[in-house]
Design a binder for this molecule. Structure first.
Ligand SMILES: [Zn+2]
Length: 161
């Protein structure tokens, strides 16, 4: 098996041109997009199911790879994963929650960030089907973090003292 991490090094914020550029909407799910989705998913697996956004892989397109975790068993039980194309948060709770975050693109920083506790996210899957998910707590924070990447925002912009 080829070493994907070597062929697709994750961009870090020291060379942050792409991370600091707003990503474009995907108009058509063509072969190129499908191949990139597969790479993103495989890399997520290689990085032990840590989530990824396309700009971290040097492309400014609106695509993220998400692993969903069982509530309160963050690191022990993976329940599902998906590629989200053009994800949009269509509802968010007023309640906010503070938790610690990290990011492959910002090495050696783990710090507290405030996020909406519940969200509804709508997106297309790789087959172009519309999907809608209600997410809570940890799974909601992850999706907010990854969609921020598409809008050129890094979690270090939101650190709480
Ligand atoms: Zn990140």
């Amino acid at each position: 098996m080829i070493n994907l991490k070597k062929f697709y090094p994750v961009q870090t914020w020291s060379d942050n041109k792409i991370l600091r550029t707003k990503s474009k909407k995907i108009d058509s799910i063509n072969q190129d997009i499908l191949e990139f989705a597969e790479t993103l998913m495989e890399l997520m697996y290689e990085y032990d199911w840590v989530w990824l956004a396309a700009p971290q892989l040097w492309r400014n397109i609106r695509m993220i790879a998400i692993t969903f975790w069982k509530e309160n068993k963050k690191w022990s039980e993976r329940i599902d994963e998906d590629i989200m194309i053009n994800p949009e948060i269509t509802e968010k709770s007023k309640e906010m929650s503070i938790s610690k975050e990290a990011c492959l693109s910002v090495p050696n920083v783990i710090w507290k960030v405030k996020r909406h506790q519940n969200i509804v996210v709508e997106y297309l899957d790789i087959f172009g089907r519309k999907k809608k998910k209600k997410l809570r707590n940890y799974n909601a924070f992850i999706v907010q973090h990854e969609i921020d990447h598409l809008d050129a925002i890094l979690f270090v912009d939101k650190l709480i003292k």
